[in-house]
Design a protein around this ligand. Structure first.
Ligand SMILES: [Ca+2]
Length: 186
């Protein structure tokens, strides 16, 4: 019997262009405020918020996928005024188990959408032993080796210029941010 676990905690998340664009990015309100919960496949999926995941006195959120191929995704899509955006988040990743053909990955995903909600490109932070994703002109991969609580910052205009040449910044109308716990089956 094999068990796979992927898990992502977020204590704070901000997407800003002179002012904050996300709703409830600090998770101090219920997840129903601002956030969409989606699950797919099998295994055990959880999304939740609690005060106890990070030692600060405030709330954190998490997405959790345990065993069997499937995923749990806690996401929010917002209109953006353009690519001049600053993303900041503080996160902790975890994974265990897996093989080269069936593996977990804990991800934080940033998707760039056009007016019809088509995904033009993605920046994906991920923590995984076995994930074999490869970057493309529309997929930027940021592999993490330290899963512990860390502050991350992304200059989206710079990210598009340097790592996503297949995405036309002028076509971006919305951005989706997502806590994404995933188990792959090959
Ligand atoms: Ca806390």
């Amino acid at each position: 019997m094999r068990y796979f676990l992927s898990l992502l905690f977020i204590v704070f998340l901000s997407l800003a262009f002179s002012q904050e664009l996300l709703v409830n990015g600090d998770f101090e309100q219920e997840l129903e405020v601002g956030w969409t919960q989606l699950i797919n496949g099998s295994g055990t999926h959880y999304m939740n918020r609690d005060q106890s995941y990070h030692p600060d006195p405030d709330y954190e959120a998490y997405a959790y996928q345990y065993d069997n191929p499937g995923w749990a995704r806690l996401s929010q899509t917002v209109y953006v005024p353009g690519p001049l955006l600053e993303l900041n988040f503080t996160a902790c990743f975890a994974e265990s188990g897996g093989t080269s053909s069936c593996w977990p990955a804990a991800c934080f995903s940033v998707c760039y959408l056009d007016a019809d909600d088509m995904v033009l490109g993605e920046t994906r932070y991920y923590y995984s032993t076995y994930a074999n994703w490869t970057p493309t002109s529309t997929l930027s991969l940021i592999r993490l080796y330290d899963p512990n609580w860390t502050q991350y910052s992304l200059d989206i205009e710079e990210e598009l210029t340097n790592n996503l040449p297949g995405v036309n910044p002028g076509d971006i109308v919305k951005v989706e941010v997502a806590l994404y716990a995933y188990t792959h089956s090959g």
